[in-house]
Ligand binder design. Structure first.
Ligand SMILES: Cc1ncc(COP(=O)(O)O)c(C=O)c1O
Length: 456
């Protein structure tokens, strides 16, 4: 993940220069030859507004300087940054310019030049993820990537079992269930263990849970895993579970929508041959940027997409996005460059620090359960809580509304865990310690007088 991306010069230089068609006004180059200069400026200057040196997680001054790079609404304190990540200003500026450029040049650019530009962007993403460029294709998001993987996985036969869990993402759960119709398999839904107020989940609980599930379902040939959970924030030990599955002859499809960019990871080291990734959550790319990963020697386990004729080793034939948002995808290298200037490790440490700032006092509050453990291997930015006995969707919606209206803090209700709905809290890199303290005060008030929100 630390590998430096290729420069814009590498990915846009030669082809565009040869085309000689770029003629947008403003800061963009007047002609193809100017791309070199443009690219050099970009490489030097992106992230100039970031503080120098290693960023300590508790250095509010330094993170305030980071926050200055983000234009965030002041209507409410946004602690709901799990949907997608807002772009940093320099990335947004790049996106705006490229949008204008694409809009103006239209097919004059896209028809002759998109393929090679795409390949350049893909090389950058492959470098960032530390995988081969021929192992990934760009998608509009993780959903598109994972649906193509689940639907295309062709190693199933009638009578096999596929496993997924209550904590997996809704669209992927649907796709796993749909395999019953598509492939004639049995789809088994697992229910994750729930933490109690006195006993947070431990890694051994998760490993034991999957061990038991695989033993109880010996016909399992495919297992869906979500690396960093969208409902609760739980990070599971993917590499060890994947090994367990492989030892029993089962493949894993991994949903890494939330983990890439939020936590340091070695994607290949996770030991999963099929992965869906988002770049618009924690890497800060424009909305509409994701990645499908298929390990090179496993391409033939995924069918060509809807009968697309394709070379057997060609990942592009495993997905069909139709016309992409060119400008969004051309902005990915800028987002990666900005992300790398902060650094995944620094980002992860800061996010976990902010998470711990509210979780530590919340654990001491009566009538509230935090749904993720504090073990650093099992949590980062996202963490959900549940007020005791408050399990319905409508009651959790009321709590979210109360937090917003009375305390000015934005959170989100999540419906997923079998034990009931919960409320997710997600700080971002522009969140301050003061922002988080607003939530702490709100939770103190709510737990001191639960009647004040009118739910039970
Ligand atoms: C765990 C998980 N998987 C997949 C997705 C889907 O991402 P997208 O809608 O960007 O395709 C999300 C989105 O929130 C998610 O949280």
């Amino acid at each position: 993940m630390r590998k430096q991306p290729v420069t814009r010069r590498q990915f846009l230089g030669s082809g565009i220069a040869a085309a000689g068609v770029i003629s947008i006004g403003g800061a963009l180059p007047a002609n193809g030859r100017d791309w070199e200069e443009y690219a050099a400026r970009f490489d030097r200057s992106i992230g100039d507004g970031l503080p120098a040196g290693p960023l300590r997680p508790d250095d509010e001054t330094a993170w305030k300087a980071v926050a200055k790079n983000y234009d965030v609404t002041n209507k409410i304190t946004n602690l709901e940054n799990g949907y997608w990540g807002i772009m940093a200003n320099p990335v947004l500026a790049e996106y705006k310019q490229l949008t204008e450029f694409i809009n103006k040049e239209n097919t004059i650019f896209a028809r002759p030049r998109w393929s090679e530009t795409y390949r350049g962007v893909r090389d950058t993403v492959a470098g960032f993820l530390n995988v081969g460029p021929d192992e990934i294709a760009l998608t509009r998001g993780a959903t598109e990537a994972l649906q193509a993987l689940i639907g295309g996985y062709n190693k199933l036969k009638p009578g096999d079992t596929v496993l997924y869990a209550d904590l997996d993402y809704s669209e992927m759960k649907n796709a796993m269930r749909w395999l019953e119709v598509r492939r004639g398999v049995k789809a088994v839904k697992l229910t994750f263990p729930e933490p109690t107020i006195d006993r947070p989940l431990q890694e051994a609980d998760i490993l034991g849970f999957y061990e038991k599930a695989l033993s109880a379902n010996p016909e399992t040939k495919l297992l869906l895993l979500t690396h960093l959970n969208n409902w609760t924030g739980l990070i599971i030990p993917v590499a060890r579970i994947a090994r367990m599955a492989r030892d029993r002859g089962a493949d894993v499809i991994l949903d890494a929508a939330h983990s890439v960019g939020q936590v340091e990871l070695n994607l290949k080291g996770l030991g999963c041959d099929f992965i869906g990734v988002n770049l618009h959550k924690w890497v800060g790319a424009p909305i509409g940027c994701g990645v499908i990963y298929i390990k090179k020697d496993r391409i033939d386990a995924i069918d060509p997409y809807m009968g697309k004729p394709t070379d057997v080793s060609d990942i592009d034939g495993r997905i069909d996005t139709g016309t992409l948002n060119f400008a969004a995808h051309m902005t990915i290298p800028a987002a990666i460059a900005f992300h790398n200037k902060i650094g995944t490790a620094a980002k992860e440490a800061r996010l976990r620090y902010l998470r711990n700032l509210w979780v530590a006092p919340a654990r001491k509050m009566k009538g509230l359960t935090v749904l993720t453990p504090d073990d650093e291997a099992m949590v980062a930015a996202l963490t959900s809580f549940r007020l005791d006995g408050v399990t319905s969707t409508s009651a959790n919606d009321s709590v979210v509304r109360h937090l917003a209206e009375k305390f000015g803090v934005l959170t989100v209700r999540r419906t997923g865990p079998a034990a009931g709905d919960c409320i997710r809290v997600t700080p971002s890199v522009y969140t301050s310690a003061d922002d988080v303290m607003k939530l702490v005060n709100a939770l103190r008030s709510i737990t001191a007088s639960p009647g004040s929100i009118g739910v039970s």
